[in-house]
Design a protein around this ligand. Structure first.
Ligand SMILES: Nc1ncnc2c1ncn2[C@@H]1O[C@H](COP(=O)(O)OP(=O)(O)OP(=O)(O)O)[C@@H](O)[C@H]1O
Ligand SMILES: [Mg+2]
Length: 265
């Protein structure tokens, strides 16, 4: 007889040192406050869903975390290091990786080449897409492993532009994994993906989180997908953090329901 242990109840707050600490984060552009006083601690290995109506500031929050938008006030700490003023490349080197809301692969390059270039950048050395790939190449090995992880091992020689939307999203995840990030920010990874591909992509993201132990922050409008994956849900509204709690408590929160006007929850 096999006994299965009950899944641990998700904690309402992370215990111990957070891998990512966001304190009073604010971004004002041209007089408009697009992210307002957001504070959030994320525990190592935690999965935090970031939801909110269109224009709530979710992508802007990710842009602040990854260094693509300047911080007006507040701090961002990654694994104990203050990265508030660090550039995007320095943050990536420190273990913060992200994908974008719209697909961003080199369509004219091969699937494996796309991933190998990311691995090469991480491992150091020059970026030479024209250089012949040798099987002994470390970057090649990293690329193969990342492609295997997302289920694209058999598509390595295909042109990235020939992939379906769902497979392009998997390729983006492989590119991200090749840089070995401790914390991954996924901005609408299901955007543009056909209904039939959502389950496969969800499984890949679950594996990246559970099996590889990476910390994940993910923006997604597919609530069923998100609520099944997330330990906690951060709700953004008008640039501010409206709620931060377990999926069950957040979806039952009348203030959150009001923010959505019954649209999506
Ligand atoms: N670089 C920028 N300059 C000026 N305003 C910006 C900039 N980036 C975002 N904004 C504004 O900030 C607000 C939040 O936008 P953001 O893209 O972060 O929302 P979102 O929650 O990701 O929405 P969606 O669900 O539609 O992707 C919007 O009003 C947007 O126009
Ligand atoms: Mg967005």
């Amino acid at each position: 007889m096999t006994t299965s242990l009950p899944a641990p109840a998700p904690a309402a707050r992370p215990a111990g040192e957070p891998v990512l600490r966001v304190a009073g984060l604010t971004c004002a552009i041209g007089g408009a406050v697009i992210v307002s006083d957001v504070s959030l601690d994320v525990a190592p290995g935690e999965f935090v869903a970031v939801i909110g109506p269109n224009g709530a500031g979710k992508t802007s929050l990710f842009n602040l975390l990854s260094g693509l938008l300047p911080v007006t006030a507040g701090t961002i700490t990654l694994d104990g290091t203050d990265i508030t003023r660090a550039g995007p490349a320095a943050r990536a080197r420190l273990g913060l990786g992200r994908t974008f809301q719209s697909s961003s692969v080199f369509a004219g390059l091969g699937v494996r080449e796309n991933v190998r270039l990311a691995a090469q950048a991480r491992l150091g050395g020059s970026l030479r897409p024209w250089q012949r790939v040798r099987p002994s190449d470390r970057a090649f090995e990293v690329a193969e492993r990342a492609l295997g992880r997302v289920g694209l091992a058999a598509r390595g020689d295909a042109l990235a532009g020939s992939l379906s939307h769902g497979d392009k999203r998997k390729l983006e995840l492989a590119i991200l994994l090749a840089t070995d990030p401790a914390v991954v920010l996924l901005d609408e990874p299901m955007a543009g993906v056909s209904t039939g591909e959502v389950a496969g992509l969800t499984q890949v993201i679950a594996d990246v989180h559970r099996e590889e132990g990476r910390t994940v922050l993910m923006v997604e409008h597919h609530m069923d997908v998100l609520l099944g994956l997330a330990d906690r849900v951060a709700v953004m509204h008008h640039g501010a953090l409206l709620a931060l709690d377990t999926p069950a408590r957040v979806t039952a929160d009348p203030v959150v329901q009001e923010a959505y006007l019954g649209d999506q929850l």
